[in-house]
Write a protein that binds this ligand. Structure first.
Ligand code: ADP
Ligand code: ASP
Ligand code: MG
Length: 416
């Protein structure tokens, strides 16, 4: 008997019929003797719908109230799933984050899980119940409802698995695993049987939305055995087959296989680039420019500072497109008034494409192959950044899909 956490995403919970299928699948696992905790997302489209309602009333709604509203989506789907399980003859109970409790900090709309109380969950499991816990939400020290950021149910599930020391966390979704790149963009994308935790972390942080990045961080920190697999197969397929399907996240030190040079291509469509021209080149400048941006909780990604000429330099960085205008407004206040730069230029239509692979550590020539491929396609590189296991470029957004497909081909990711 094992404790296993199942997570079902929005599409998997998208209708009462799909919820009934989820219940059949969970019932199958229970009847095989496992103890199951299920973490569902809201029904697909529901979180967007709820957030849009708030924006109809106010352009910048209070983050606390947004969480109060958005968290209801998961409460509905959890209750529905518990009922569907009861209809399958399974004793089941659903809990909201504040009932378990899933304790978080108070960063509304992007809260972090601090601790999960496992006592109630364990008692229910030991009483033979399937326990359903809302994804995406928690409760802060003052009793406010919080949410974990978009895609946050992945993190809820892995955190629950870590708290329970579960044997495995199964992330059921609308694809049958992690692919070499998003199959919606590249039809030659291939499912990976396994991917290392480090590669998954890079893929998630570079824009592959198949797993929320914090869920991967949790999986790494607490060594949670995590698998991504399809919820859209026949719920009654044999358990042995289901247990081996999908993509397993592995830990490099446990792996005996030789690593591929490149395992995947990640991209992020929605980036924006800001360049400040003729910044006086003196100590503290980077801090003066980026300090106010960080204080406003805007994530800065790539940063480039040019060689200075006549004690002046250009400074470029990227931010999420949704925060572009806010960042520009802040800079106009701080940089132009106090630092005396000449001009601020911006481009809100750029995307980032990255190649990822642990095998890059022991292979040279990956960067030049990437740059040659982009040049052959006539794609201009605007910015470059590298780490041990990834190379990222910022390009014009209109070439993003072309770049992904060309790189997928040249690195032979379509071939096993
Ligand atoms: P869920 O609602 O189950 O959480 P998501 O939409 O958050 O599902 O994540 C699944 C989606 O992630 C897939 O439908 C796919 O389009 C996208 N995706 C992006 N990159 C990848 C990748 N490398 N492998 C698989 N899916 C990916
Ligand atoms: N329902 C939330 C969202 O749409 C959380 C999730 O699906 O993981 O972002
Ligand atoms: Mg998701």
């Amino acid at each position: 008997m094992a404790i296993i956490v199942h997570k079902y995403g929005g599409t998997s919970m998208g209708s009462t019929e799909r919820i009934q299928n989820v219940a059949k699948r969970v019932a199958k696992w229970m009847r095989a003797g496992h103890q199951i905790v299920v973490v569902p997302s809201a029904m697909s489209g529901e979180t967007n719908r709820l957030l849009a309602l708030a924006k109809e009333i106010a352009p910048n709604p209070s983050p606390r109230e947004l969480d109060q509203i958005a968290a209801t989506g998961e409460q509905v789907s959890s209750g529905l799933l518990a009922i569907a399980l009861q209809e399958q003859g399974i004793d089941s109970i659903s809990y909201a984050g504040w009932q378990v409790m899933v304790r978080t900090d108070s960063a509304f709309t992007k809260a972090r899980i601090m601790e999960i109380d496992d006592s109630k969950i364990l008692a229910d499991l030991n009483a033979g119940k399937a326990v359903v816990i809302t994804g995406f939400q928690g409760v802060d020290p003052d009793g406010n409802i919080t949410t974990l950021g978009r895609g946050g149910s992945d993190t809820s599930a892995v955190a629950v698995a870590a708290a329970l020391k579960a044997d495995e966390c199964l992330i059921y979704t609308d694809v049958d695993g992690v692919y070499t790149t998003d199959p919606r963009v590249c039809e030659d994308a291939r499912r990976l049987d396994h991917i290392t935790f480090e590669e998954m972390l890079e893929m998630a942080s570079l824009g592959s939305k198949v797993l929320q990045i914090r869920s991967v961080e949790f999986a790494g920190k607490y060594k949670v055995k995590t698998r991504v697999l399809s919820s859209l197969t026949d719920p009654m397929i044999p358990l042995e087959q289901e247990m081996k399907s999908g993509t397993l996240i592995t830990f490099e030190e446990d792996s005996t296989m030789e690593a591929a040079v490149i395992s995947g291509i990640a991209f992020n469509r929605d980036e924006a680039k800001i360049t400040i021209i003729d910044v006086p080149d003196r100590p503290g400048i980077a801090y003066q420019i980026l300090g106010p941006i960080a204080e406003a909780n805007i994530d800065v990604d790539m940063i480039i500072q040019n060689q200075s000429v006549d004690s002046k330099t250009d400074f470029t960085f990227t931010v999420p497109r949704a925060e572009y205008q806010k960042a520009l407004d802040l800079l106009k206040n701080s940089v132009q008034k106090h630092i005396g730069a000449k001009e601020i230029l911006g481009d809100a239509k750029v995307s980032k494409v990255s190649v990822v692979g642990v095998g890059m550590r022991s292979h040279v020539g990956v960067a030049s192959k990437m740059f040659r491929t982009l040049s052959e396609e006539g794609i201009n590189i605007l910015m470059i950044s590298t780490s041990e296991i990834k190379i990222s470029v910022v390009i014009d957004e209109k070439y993003m899909e072309l770049a992904v497909r060309a790189l997928h081909k040249v690195f032979e990711l379509d071939q096993k």
